[in-house]
Design a protein around this ligand. Sequence first.
Ligand SMILES: NC(=O)c1ccc[n+]([C@@H]2O[C@H](COP(=O)([O-])OP(=O)(O)OC[C@H]3O[C@@H](n4cnc5c(N)ncnc54)[C@H](OP(=O)(O)O)[C@@H]3O)[C@@H](O)[C@H]2O)c1
Length: 322
Amino acid sequence: MKKINIAILGYGVIGKGVFEICRNMPNINVVKILERKERFDQNYIELFTDNADEIFRNKKIDLVVEVLGGYDFAKQMIVKSLQYEKHVVTANKEVIAKDIDFLSNLASRSNISIAYEASVGGGIPIIKNIKELKKVNKISKISGILNGTTNFILTKMFEGLDFNEALKEAQRLGFAESDPTADLEGYDMMRKIAILSDLAWDTFIDINQIPQIGISKITKEDVLLAKENNKVIKFVCESSLNNDSIEIKVEPKIFDNNHFFSNVNNEFNAVILETFPNDTLTFIGKGAGSLPTASAIVLDIVDIIEERYINNYQNINKYKIN
Ligand SMILES: NC(=O)c1ccc[n+]([C@@H]2O[C@H](COP(=O)([O-])OP(=O)(O)OC[C@H]3O[C@@H](n4cnc5c(N)ncnc54)[C@H](OP(=O)(O)O)[C@@H]3O)[C@@H](O)[C@H]2O)c1
């Protein structure tokens, strides 16, 4: 059995989940964990460091899991890992949406992998499926509920809470960050739909070109009106390929009660792919949370160990963005 030595950067919600799963995997050995000193886990103190160079210089470490969050430092850590010829597995949608073009080139030059299944849809294996499907199918449209926080808030609004009460409830349960702007205004979903579109159509979309409307202006009256008409409001991202252009947007949208999306509630995520010849495919699952997201990360690690992971992102097509 092939074995791999890994380091985990960030011991927060997802880092802890990755460590927990890896401890039970005979082929994955966690050698180091980067965290701030005050958060070192005293039960595994020998694994912890606050000095990233210790990880880069350690020749025994083959793969780095980046679950720090944020942009600048996380990107710096990913770039350095690749420069030190260590595979990277990340859950960081901001870095992947902005830099996949550059990072995948960097990885390919050294014949190593950068894998990012957990950056979109938490535990839903949507990236793997797009990669597999596109070997045979043409994907014409991707639609998603890809933000658990806003889906939770809208679900609670349909259960009777107003927007602020629903946001507070999401924060109380740990679904929403103290600054929820990226979720509420759709920036988080813009990154995710860009990542999926880039992969499906071998292109690179500038996320600043994606039109977006957030959910903070949805009122109790909007919800009541939708309910009276047997409809629901869902916050969705959509992207479709039409000849030489991609139509892409993030916005709240009204759906009939019998639409697949209308039964995707709380923190769940879902994706619909329109493909040919396979036709319509639907995916639903936990879009966030420690273990579902960590599962996606560990699956990427296993693919890399078993040399099944393919860096098949490439930026070869230019499309007009509408
Ligand atoms: N939570 C989810 O359900 C979920 C789902 C899918 C994807 N993700 C992605 O996964 C990543 C991690 O998310 P998370 O929820 O696990 O975040 P988190 O709980 O905040 O964990 C990140 C950890 O990394 C530490 N860290 C950050 N910068 C550091 C530095 N310079 N040196 C040492 N330690 C540092 C943080 O410490 P400080 O707090 O002190 O900075 C924190 O303990 C993010 O990219 C997120 O978007 C999360």
